[in-house]
Design a protein around this ligand. Structure first.
Ligand code: SF4
Length: 983
C-alpha cells in the first residue's frame, strides 16, 4: 500500500488543530490528521489483523541473533589470576545466589561514568550507577546499561589475526621484534592513531612512547569530539579551559544547541541537577526556566519552557545579537531571520539581566568556536562565573594533539611506514573527504587493535583483539579531572588484551600486566593513594583539577561576524545517533531495538526533515531520497520530524556499517559518506532528489496507543500556583465498593514525575537487562511485537512546526482492579497480597485475552521463541533470579518482584520490616533524574506515599476505575509571562 501523501496529511492536521479546543496530544502527524487512508494502513499494519507475512528467514535469524547469538563461543575464558576463585569450595563470605557488586568505571559515548557491576558467581550480569562517583550519582542512562551485553557478544574479536588468518600473540611478539629492528632508532615512520584519551595511565604511556620514539607521531580522533568547545574556550580566555556547569544554581538557562541532557559529557549528573530545579515550590528553591534554540529536536529541547526552532547556521547570529543586547562588546548584526525573534530576544535579555549571577548560557558541539566564546563572554558579563559556571584546565594538552587531517597528510607524504590503530574505526567513520579507507591501503603495515574485526581491521595486516572494559584494568578521568579505576569483573572471555598491555609489549617494558601498569602509574603519581579504598569506592579521592580563574580577552569577538547563509538553502546537520552513537554500539541488540527518543525509530537511521520540507517535496515517511552535497551522495529514508527547522535535514551517524557484526551490519545508511573534515556538524547547499523508492521503518511511535484518551497532564507553574489542585481537574475516578489497597503490611506502588522525565529511556534498557527481556528484530517490531516492559511514549501538542514534547514512561500499572485478571481462563494473571498484578508463566496458555483487556497496553506476548534456551554465554549473561520466558507466554513488568522478594528474605532473616528505599526497581535505579519512585503505599511516610499526596498526582485513564498502583505527577512548564502564548 502506498504511503499516505504528506501534503494531505499536513492539510488535515492543520484543519484538526484549527478546530481543537484545549490541549490535544498526538504522536504522529498521521494521527493528528485522523485520515481514513491512514486508518486503513494502521489496521493493515496491526499484527492481529495481518497474516503472518513472509519473512526472510536468514535475516530474521540474523536479527534474532541480537538475543540468540549473544550466546556464542565464550568457553575459552580461563579463571582470573586476580579475581576468580574455584567454586568447588565456596569462598568464605560469598553465597552463590547473592550477587556481589564491584565498583568500576566505563568510558562510553563520549563520556565517562562510575558504575557498580553486579556479579553473579563471577559473571557480570547488570550495571548500576555508582552513587559515590560525581559523574553518576547512582544513575546510568541507556548506553552503560548495554555494556554488559557487549561483553558477552560472540561477534567480538576472539583471536589475533594475521592477514585474516588466526594466529597467536606470540607470533605477533616475534613479528614486532623484526620490524622494530628495521626502524631508525627514533621511530620515524611509526605512527599511532587512537580515540580521544581519557585514561591517565594511557596518557603517560603515550608520553613514554613519544619519548622512546621521538620520530613517531600520536594522533587522536573521535567522530563526536568537542573541538569547537575547546577552541571556543581558547578564543574567549586564551587558554583551553573546561567549563563545569552548576545547573542546580541556575534560575534561567539558555542553550544554544547544547544538548546537556542528551549528548554532552557529564550529562547524567547534569540531568540530576537540572531536574532538581524543575520541582515547584514549596520545598524547592524555585523552578528554573529553560530556553533552547536549536534546529533539530534534542532531549534538552523537549524539556524547554521555550524551544525556539532556528536553522543551525543562524544560531550564531542569534547568539551575537543576544550578546550585544546584554552588553558584550561585539559588532552589531542585522539579519532578516532574527526579525521574527525580536520580541523573544528582548524578553530573553531582560530575563537574563533580571537573573544576573543566577543564569547560564551554554553552546553545543555543533556550534562554531565563536558561539562557544560568546556563551563564555555572556556568562562573564552576567556575573555567572564562579556561581553557575566555573572553569578547570583540560586534563590533557589539547593544543599539542595531532589530528586525523595531519595523519592524512603524513600518509600522502609517505611518512607512515607502520600505523598502529588503537580501537579507532577510521575506515568507516573518518570524514568522507579524507578517504581513509583508500589511504589506509597505502600504509605498508597496518596494525589494528579493537573489540571487533571492523571495517578498519579488514584492511590491517595484523588485527589484535581488545579485552572489554569489564575484563581489563585501566583508569578513566572526567573532563574536570576526577579519576577512577577500571577493574575487571571477569578474566578475558577471549584472547583480548588491554591497550596498556599492548603498549607495554610494544615498548618492550618489563611490566606488561595491566594491573601492574595501572598500579605503577598511580603509585608514582599519588603515593598516598589507598588502592583498596579507590577500588571499593570507585573514585580516587583527591583527584579533580583545581579551579582556574578565567579572565576573558576583552576584544575576543569584537570584530567577528558570522558567515552569511542563504535562508533558502538546505542545510545538512550531523548528529551522533541517540543509541548506537558513532556506530561503535551497532552490534548491540539492546541499543538497536531501543526506540530513539524523538523519532521512536529502531534498527535504522533516517533523514529527519521538517513537516514544511516534506510538504514542499511531497515526501512521506520511509520514502528514500538522495542527499547530495559537495559531489557526494547517499540514499536515505525520510522521517518527518515535528519541531525540525524548516530547511534543515538531520542525519544521524552510526549506521551503514559493513563489518559491525551479525546484528549491526547493513542497517540504515552511512552519514559519514557525506561528512567533511572542515564541516563535521553542518554543511550547506545539500540537494534532495526523490528516488521513487520507499522502505518500511520500524518506528514504535504509533504502537500501543491509548486511543485518544488524555494520558498526559500538563500545566504551567502559574496555573499551579494559582490553583494547587489544577492538575486534578480531569479526575474522574468513579466510586468503588472494593478495597483500594491490600490490607497487609505492604502495598507496592510507583510514581513517575513527568516533570523530571527527560525521555532518555535508561529505564527501558535497565529493565531489559534486569528482566532477561529478549530482542526481537526489526521485522517483529514492525508487527508491534517489541518486548520492552517499560516503554517511553512521546507526545506532541501544538503545531507540528514547533510542538511541545512530553515523555511518558509506561510500565505495568499494577491495577488494584485489574481488567486483565478477570479474563484469564486459567488464572495465569492474578493479584497478590501486596497489590502486585503477577503473571504465572507456567499456567499461561497464550490466549492473549489479558493483553486485549489491558487499557494501558503493557502486556507483551512471546509470539516466537525469542529467548534462546541453549547458548551457553547467554545463560551466563542472564539474571538467574528472573524466569526466561518461552514462546506462547504472556509477560510484563513485575515491579522487579525478584528485588522485592530479596528484600523480604533479608527483612525476615533480620526480623524487621522492609525499610523505605530498601527496594529500588531497575528502572528507578537507572533514571538520571530520579523521575521514578517506588515503595510501600501502606506506609504513609514512605517517599512514594508522600509523592502521591501531591496535587500533581494523577492516575492514567482513571475514569476506567482500575485503581492503578502506578501514578504520574503532571508535567509543568515555566514560560516567561510575556511569552505565555507560546506555552
Ligand atoms: S523515567 Fe526513564 S526515560 Fe524518563 S528520565 Fe528516567 S530513565 Fe530516562
Amino acid at each position: 500500500m502506498p504511503p499516505v501523501a504528506a501534503e494531505r496529511i499536513a492539510a488535515l492536521a492543520q484543519r484538526r488543530l484549527a478546530g481543537a479546543k484545549g490541549q490535544r496530544f498526538w504522536r504522529a502527524l498521521e494521527e493528528l490528521a485522523d485520515d481514513a487512508e491512514f486508518k486503513r494502513e494502521l489496521a493493515h499494519a496491526l499484527p492481529q489483523f495481518s497474516a503472518f507475512a513472509a519473512m526472510d528467514r536468514r535475516r530474521f535469524l540474523q536479527l534474532l541473533g541480537a538475543s540468540l547469538a549473544f550466546g556464542g563461543l565464550a568457553a575459552c575464558s580461563g579463571p582470573s589470576s586476580e579475581q576468580i576463585v574455584p567454586w568447588v569450595t565456596q569462598p568464605p563470605g560469598v553465597t552463590p545466589d547473592v550477587p556481589q557488586f564491584y565498583a568500576t568505571s566505563l568510558a562510553y559515548a563520549g563520556d565517562v561514568l562510575g558504575v557498580l557491576v553486579e556479579s553473579r558467581m563471577g559473571r557480570p550480569t547488570k550495571i548500576e550507577g555508582n552513587p559515590l562517583h560525581p559523574a553518576s550519582l547512582g544513575a546510568t542512562g541507556p548506553s552503560p546499561q548495554a555494556a554488559v551485553l557487549e561483553l558477552w557478544d560472540p561477534d567480538r574479536s576472539q583471536v589475533p589475526l594475521y592477514r585474516g588468518n588466526a594466529t597467536t600473540w606470540d607470533a605477533f611478539a616475534t613479528d614486532i621484534r623484526t620490524w622494530f629492528a628495521s626502524f631508525s632508532h627514533d621511530g620515524s615512520g611509526l605512527h599511532v592513531l587512537s580515540d580521544r584519551i581519557v585514561s591517565p595511565t594511557l596518557r603517560l604511556q603515550r608520553d613514554h612512547w613519544l619519548a622512546r620514539f621521538p620520530g613517531s607521531r600520536w594522533y587522536e580522533y573521535a567522530p563526536v569530539a568537542h573541538d569547537n568547545a575547546e577552541q571556543g574556550a581558547s578564543l574567549a580566555f586564551g587558554a583551553a579551559l573546561a567549563p563545569r556547569y552548576h545547573f542546580d544554581r541556575a534560575d534561567v538557562i539558555v542553550s544554544l544547541e547544547a544538548d546537556f541532557l542528551g549528548t554532552m559529557p557529564g550529562r547524567v549528573a547534569y540531568a540530576r541537577a537540572f531536574a532538581e530545579r524543575r520541582k515547584p515550590p514549596p520545598g524547592s528553591p524555585g523552578m528554573n526556566r529553560l530556553y533552547v534554540v536549536e534546529a533539530t529536536p534534542s532531549l534538552t529541547g523537549t524539556m524547554a519552557d521555550h524551544q525556539w526552532v532556528l536553522a543551525s547556521s543562524a544560531i550564531a547570529c542569534f547568539a551575537l545579537e543576544l550578546a550585544r543586547t546584554v552588553g558584550v562588546d561585539v559588532a552589531p548584526r542585522t539579519s532578516a531571520t532574527l526579525e521574527v525573534f525580536a520580541k523573544r530576544l528582548q524578553v530573553l535579555q531582560s530575563d537574563l539581566l533580571a537573573h544576573a549571577g543566577k543564569c547560564l548560557v551554554l553552546a553545543g558541539d555543533s556550534q562554531p568556536p565563536q558561539v562557544h566564546a560568546l556563551a563564555h563572554l555572556l556568562n562573564e558579563k552576567l556575573g555567572n562565573v564562579g556561581r553557575t559556571v566555573d572553569y578547570v584546565a583540560y586534563p590533557d594538552a589539547v593544543d599539542k594533539r595531532h589530528t586525523l587531517g595531519e595523519l592524512a597528510h603524513a600518509i600522502d607524504a609517505g611518512h607512515v611506514q607502520r600505523l598502529l590503530v588503537l580501537d579507532c574505526n577510521v575506515a568507516y567513520n573518518a570524514p568522507a573527504d579524507l578517504s581513509f579507507g583508500e589511504r589506509l591501503k597505502r600504509v605498508p603495515n597496518l596494525i589494528h587493535w579493537g573489540l571487533y574485526v571492523d571495517e578498519t581491521a579488514q584492511l590491517a595486516a595484523w588485527h589484535l583483539p581488545a579485552s572489554h572494559a569489564l575484563e581489563s584494568w585501566s583508569d578513566v578521568e572526567t573532563s574536570s579531572g576526577v579519576a577512577s579505576i577500571v577493574q575487571p569483573l571477569i578474566d578475558p572471555l577471549y584472547q583480548g588484551r588491554s591497550m596498556h598491555e599492548l603498549l607495554a609489549l610494544l615498548m618492550g617494558e618489563p611490566v606488561r600486566n595491566g594491573l601492574a601498569v595501572v598500579q605503577h602509574y598511580w603509585r608514582t603519581q599519588q603515593p598516598a593513594m589507598s588502592w583498596q579504598e579507590s577500588l571499593r569506592n570507585g573514585v580516587i579521592a583527591g583527584t579533580g583539577n583545581s579551579l582556574v580563574h578565567a579572565q576573558s580577552r576583552a576584544d575576543a569577538l569584537k570584530e567577528w561576524s558570522p558567515p552569511a547563509s542563504s535562508p533558502d538553502a538546505l542545510e545538512l546537520l550531523f548528529r551522533p545517533d541517540p543509541t548506537v552513537w558513532d556506530g561503535r554500539y551497532a552490534n548491540n541488540g539492546w541499543l538497536q531495538e531501543l526506540p530513539k527518543p524523538l523519532t521512536q525509530l529502531t534498527w535504522s537511521n533516517a533523514a529527519l526533515v521538517s513537516p514544511q520540507l516534506a510538504k514542499e517535496y511531497a515526501l512521506s515517511n520511509g520514502e528514500v531520497i538522495t542527499l547530495e552535497c559537495e559531489g557526494r551522495s547517499v540514499q536515505a529514508p525520510v522521517w518527518i520530524t515535528p519541531g525540525q527547522a524548516a530547511r534543515s535535514i538531520t542525519v544521524h551517524m552510526g549506521y551503514g556499517r559493513t563489518h559491525a557484526g551479525r546484528v549491526g551490519d547493513q542497517l540504515g545508511f552511512n552519514a559519514f559518506a557525506l561528512r567533511t573534515w572542515s564541516q563535521p556538524w553542518l554543511m550547506q547547499g545539500v540537494m534532495v532528489q526523490k528516488t521513487g523508492r520507499s522502505v518500511e521503518l520500524a518506528s514504535t511511535q504509533m504502537h500501543l496507543r491509548m486511543e485518544d484518551r488524555e494520558p498526559v497532564r500538563s500545566l504551567t507553574l502559574v496555573q499551579l500556583m494559582a490553583d494547587p489542585r489544577a492538575a486534578e481537574e480531569g479526575d474522574k475516578t468513579p466510586p468503588t465498593l472494593y478495597a483500594e489497597q491490600p490490607q497487609g503490611d505492604y502495598s507496592w506502588g510507583m510514581t513517575v514525575d513527568l516533570n523530571a522525565c527527560i525521555g532518555c529511556k535508561g529505564c527501558t534498557i535497565a529493565c531489559q537487562a534486569e528482566n532477561n527481556i529478549p530482542v526481537v528484530g526489526a521485522d517483529q517490531v514492525l508487527r508491534e511485537r517489541e518486548m520492552h516492559w517499560i516503554r517511553v511514549d512521546r507526545y506532541y501538542s501544538g503545531a507540528p512546526e514547533h510542538p511541545v514534547t512530553r515523555h511518558q514512561p509506561v510500565p505495568c500499572m499494577h491495577c488494584e482492579h485489574a481488567p486483565c485478571e478477570l479474563v484469564c481462563p486459567v488464572g495465569a494473571t492474578v493479584h497478590d497480597s501486596e497489590g502486585l498484578n503477577v503473571q504465572v508463566y507456567n499456567r499461561c496458555i497464550g490466549t492473549r485475552f489479558c493483553s486485549n483487556n489491558c487499557p494501558y497496553k503493557v502486556r507483551r506476548f512471546n509470539f516466537l521463541q525469542f529467548s534462546d534456551l541453549t547458548a551457553e554465554t547467554l545463560k551466563a549473561q542472564r539474571n538467574p533470579d528472573v524466569t526466561v520466558r518461552n514462546r506462547g507466554v504472556m509477560e510484563k513488568c513485575t515491579y522487579c518482584i525478584q528485588r522485592i522478594e530479596s528484600a523480604h528474605i533479608n527483612a525476615d532473616r533480620e526480623q524487621r520490616a522492609i525499610a523505605d528505599g530498601e527496594i529500588v526497581t531497575a528502572c528507578q535505579a537507572a533514571c538520571p533524574t530520579q523521575a521514578i519512585t517506588f515503595g510501600n503505599l501502606r506506609d504513609e511516610h514512605s517517599a512514594v506515599s508522600r509523592i502521591k499526596a501531591s496535587p500533581r498526582n494523577y492516575d492514567l485513564l482513571e475514569e476506567l476505575n482500575t485503581r492503578p498502583h502506578t501514578s504520574y505527577l503532571a508535567h509543568l512548564r515555566n514560560p516567561h509571562p510575556d511569552l505565555e502564548d507560546e506555552a
